[in-house]
Design a protein around this ligand. Sequence first.
Ligand code: NDP
Length: 255
Amino acid sequence: MNLEGRTYVIMGVANKRSIAWGAARALDKMGAKLVFTILNERFRRELEKLLGELEGNHDIVVECDVQDDAQIESAFREIGEKTGGIDGLLHAIAFAGKDELQGGYSETSREGFKNALDISTYSLTVVAKHAKKIMNEGGSIVTMTYLGGERAMPNYNVMGVAKAALDASVRYLAYDLGEDGFRVNAVSAGPIRTLSSSAVGEFKSILKEIEERAPLRRNVDQLEVGNTVAFLLSDLASGITGEVVHVDSGYHIMA
Ligand code: NDP
């Protein structure tokens, strides 16, 4: 797939293991121009080191803490000015306290609930609000979700509730932004070892379960997920919106 001349914003690269980095590698290979957002300046150096591994020269890195409305607005204004318009964005951001990701869901604190849904769910809505102002015709937004939003899964707890609300947000945003010809979709990735997933209790056993029971009898990796993100961001997916595409070795079809 050739994405030369296309510009995409990537939100959520923490390190080499990040799903967003898998998407960045896929999009870079396809010739796209990439713009990165970081939580704060502390992460700039780390990201710039990683960027050296890509083929293209992606030099726009903008600070954007999704809990800060003013910063989101100024980040997208800056991106708009520097790029002249974007063709889409990947939202690969989530957070829940470690305490909330083990044990009983009924123990979830009010603060923990608010924080998880603010960062992991509301952020997509507010990012869409500002991204659409600088989006070129046919623009596309992709977010990352997980099966724990569709089914109760041990330890995923408040993050499952956040993902269920995120899936619903994808549908409402798809309807809202569809009027302007923009698309909004989610990729539901199988479990992948990353900084965020390491906080989920008994994560190892989830990986093992996929190896044993998923139709493909193996786990997926960041690049496989990234390739699907690239497809949804591209015009090849021009008729798809409001959808959740599972990239999970088929595990979601199993009873
Ligand atoms: P990572 O930890 O690599 O990425 C999570 C990203 O969220 C980090 O870059 C982190 O920034 C960022 N983030 C957290 N809080 C904020 C904030 N306030 N403002 C801006 N950025 C913030 O983990 P993954 O790659 O695993 O996660 C990416 C997405 O994929 C998440 O939505 C996750 O739920 C989803 N997902 C993951 C699966 C998995 O098994 N790994 C499976 C299915 C979905 P920083 O590190 O700088 O704090």
